[in-house]
Design a binder for this molecule. Structure first.
Ligand code: IPE
Ligand code: IPE
Ligand code: MG
Length: 253
């Protein structure tokens, strides 16, 4: 493949019309492994390479926020050996990647029920978050033990408590107030959501935040994803007209 072809999409991207935040449902590791007669965990290990590719592609082009769905609240129901392997893979990967995050000025962040993670995983994660907290080029958020309904429920509980403590009053509340109580309060809503592996569902990810997000579903399995795929997703996003309820004529006048 010539380098010209490899850079096809990267060169087509308009840098003044980038999504600020891209969210990704990384799916298909198990099927990728199975296709080559390997155990599912082999797929997760190879998924790490795609995480690196996605992170580099986004940072290089100037995306400010990348959020990766790595483990859902529902994923706790998988066979325990797979859950254990995933948690150990996280420890290894986070430990190994901190230097690269530092070098590339990327801040690591996490959302989800982090207290439910095994302590080794949580400690490694907290160390990396602390070490990279002053980095400014891009924020990489891992959704770990994350479920959007749980996140919204927690937000309601905190809101109710603040109401009880007379920190807020009902007249002041508006839809924006809800955002402030979510774990993503410091992150803009994603303009683009990508899901790999051909599944066309949201699987309890960022339900509140994706009200006006553009979706891209690709048949590629997560471990097959490379930088150029990411550039093609961003390019596809840029071909769309985001109307927010208005007419095309209104948008273009
Ligand atoms: C995504 O790949 C990774 C996680 C959910 C942890 P899967 O493990 O869901 O792979 P498939 O969907 O079974 O192929
Ligand atoms: C969604 O993938 C969660 C992550 C990518 C971490 P799943 O593979 O668990 O989703 P379902 O069960 O097919 O919807
Ligand atoms: Mg899956």
């Amino acid at each position: 493949m010539s380098s010209l072809y490899q850079n096809k999409y990267k060169d087509l991207i308009e840098l003044n019309n980038l999504p600020e935040h891209i969210a990704v449902i990384m799916d298909g590791n198990g099927r990728w492994a199975k296709k080559q007669g390997k155990p599912r965990v082999f797929g997760h290990k190879n998924g790490v390479k795609a995480v690196r590719e996605a992170t580099e592609a986004c940072a290089e082009i100037g995306i400010k926020y990348l959020t990766l769905y790595a483990f859902s609240t529902e994923n706790w129901n998988r066979p325990s050996f797979e859950v254990t392997a995933l948690m150990e893979l996280l420890v290894l990967t986070i430990g190994r990647e901190v230097k690269t995050l530092q070098k590339n000025n990327i801040r690591l962040n996490a959302i989800g029920n982090l207290s439910s993670l095994p302590s080794k995983t949580r400690i490694e994660l907290e160390k990396a978050i602390e070490a990279t907290k002053n980095n400014t080029r891009m924020t990489l958020t891992l959704a770990l033990s994350y479920g959007s309904r749980e996140e919204i429920f927690e937000a309601f509980l905190k809101m109710a408590q603040d109401f009880k403590d007379e920190k807020i009053n009902l007249q002041e509340l508006n839809p924006e107030s809800i955002k402030n109580y979510l774990q993503t309060s410091q992150i803009p809503d994603p303009e683009l959501l990508i899901r790999t592996s051909g599944e066309c569902r949201v699987s309890n990810f960022l339900l509140w935040q994706i009200a006006y997000t553009e979706f891209i579903f690709t048949d590629k399995l997560w471990p097959e994803i490379g930088k150029e795929d990411f550039y093609s997703f961003i390019y596809q996003y840029q071909q769309r007209e985001r109307r927010f309820g208005k007419t095309s004529e209104q948008i273009n006048s």
